[in-house]
Design a protein around this ligand. Structure first.
Ligand code: GDP
Ligand code: MG
Length: 458
């Protein structure tokens, strides 16, 4: 999506005059890009109108550069707005039973998500349990059982009981009596007839009386999202949404449509099959990644999990002041290489996400390896971003003065490229990534986002 939006915006640079017509042209391209990322047609029309109004109402001062920024910002804030419905998700309270019922089509990732969700709360010390009332899918109970054993979390199920409503009632009663704080009810997702599924869901909801109904949605189903979400919403009171299979964030547009259709906030996203591939949802981060702008905040949180930052207190201190050198970037890449699921991590790095679109982990690894060889052919000063330039002193012929420049000169880049055996474009891409990274770090430094305490609270 990011690269498509960029190419749409680049039209502004080639236009001789920026009038309403040019802007409409650009907005049309952006609308196409959103559609191809699975944003629902109606939502796209709404976004387009809002952006149009905003962009045309502001004076077109400063020409193409300003307009480009203005439109990009408008797209960004419009998407964030869409992802932030006024309704708050339910927050569980300690010392009482909080019952969550999970609904969604078969294969959407309910059972997996329940395990992740259970793990999330259990790790925080909440007394957590799972109830299986999927009597439809063969092996549903086994799947829960295996997850439960791995996570050391109790579960309720009965292979001899064929009535899901009865199972739901017994299971929740059982754990309510034992004062479990987080009780998760897994439902089945498909019946021979759709109306049967919704009927069953309503009955389960009736006996369970959940505090929150969570709609689990597969992000890869494309334009069908809106319709599906609306159908579930019409049957049970969906309070929040969890989006699964957002492993690469390639087509996250469905998330926007799901929120628009349910008016319910997204709380978490699933980014893989493992229990820890589960993230708290943040609209700003999500849109950043969707638009190929990277997500430094999300990346910092991931890095924090690996304890890489604790091992590099100096770098952390510098970053809090908004400083970020090439050496720091190398360190980040080194950590990232050891983090697994490289494609996903790369989508969080500014300047990388667009390059990474449609590439798998192997290609991503090769790319970072090429960057590492570039770092290897840099001098110590260059790694510290101290670009010394020696120039003849005009006042004293034959003598030189040393000055410092902010950017790496082209001749230096050529030398680095040659040393690393990569084309000049490779070094340019690396420098671009560094520049964007530095910009984000500066912004975060200013806003205090880099602050350890704040990061822990988030
Ligand atoms: P259910 O029928 O709704 O309970 O769906 P399951 O939990 O059984 O998941 C269906 C399939 O999707 C399984 O193979 C899961 O491993 C897979 N899955 C679930 N969540 C994710 C995710 O976030 N990313 C990926 N890649 N796969 C997932
Ligand atoms: Mg299931």
């Amino acid at each position: 999506l990011g690269s498509k939006i960029n190419s749409a915006l680049s039209k502004l640079n080639t236009a001789t005059v920026i009038d309403e017509e040019t802007i409409d042209e650009v907005l049309k391209e952006i609308a196409k890009a959103l559609l191809s990322s699975d944003v629902n047609v109606r939502v796209v029309a709404e976004v387009r109108n809002n952006i149009r109004k905003e962009v045309l109402s502001e004076a077109a001062a400063g020409g193409a550069t300003n307009k480009t920024r203005q439109i990009r910002n408008a797209v960004f804030s419009e998407l964030v707005r869409l992802l932030s419905p006024s309704k708050e998700p339910f927050t569980p309270k300690r010392g009482r039973c909080n019952v969550f019922m999970f609904v969604g089509l078969q294969g959407s990732g309910k059972t997996t998500t329940i395990a992740k969700f259970a793990n999330y709360w259990a790790r925080k010390g909440w007394k957590t349990a799972m109830v299986c009332c999927d009597t439809f899918r063969a092996g549903a109970l086994d799947q829960i059982k295996q997850n439960a054993i791995k996570l050391h979390i109790p579960y309720y199920g009965n292979p001899l009981e064929a009535d899901p409503v009865k199972l739901a009632e017994e299971g929740t009663e059982h754990f309510r009596a034992e004062k479990y704080e987080i009780i998760l009810v897994d439902t089945s997702g498909r019946h021979h007839q759709e109306s049967e599924l919704f009927e069953e869901m309503e009955q389960v909801q009736g006996v369970v009386q959940p505090d929150e109904v969570i709609f689990v949605m597969d992000s890869t189903i494309g334009q069908a999202v809106a319709e599906q979400a609306a159908a579930f919403k019409a049957s049970v009171p969906v309070g929040s949404v969890i989006i699964t299979k957002l492993d690469g964030h390639a087509r996250g547009g469905g998330a926007l449509s799901a929120v628009a259709a349910t008016d319910a906030p997204i709380t978490f996203i699933g980014t893989g099959e493992h229990f820890d591939e589960f993230e708290k949802f943040d609209a700003n981060s999500f849109v950043s990644r969707l638009m190929g702008m990277g997500d430094v905040k999300g990346l910092m949180e991931k890095l924090k999990d690996t304890k890489a930052l604790e091992k590099a207190p100096e770098m952390m201190e510098r970053m809090q002041k908004g400083q970020f050198t090439l050496r720091d970037l190398r360190q980040q890449f080194q950590t990232v290489m050891g983090m697994g699921n490289l494609g996903q991590v790369m989508s969080m790095i500014p300047g990388m996400s667009q390059m990474m679109q449609g590439q798998d982990s192997d290609q991503a690894t090769k790319r970072i390896q090429a960057f590492m060889t570039c770092f290897d052919s840099m001098t110590e000063d260059e790694l510290d971003c101290i670009f010394k330039v020696r120039k003849p002193d005009p006042s004293k012929p034959g003598e030189y003065i040393t000055t410092f420049e902010k950017t790496l000169s082209e001749s230096r880049m050529r030398r680095i490229a040659k040393g690393a055996g990569v084309p000049l474009e490779g070094v340019l891409a690396l420098m671009q990534s560094h520049k964007q990274f530095e910009g984000m770090v500066q912004k975060m430094g200013k806003s205090g986002l880099m602050n350890e305490k704040q990061m822990q609270q988030n």
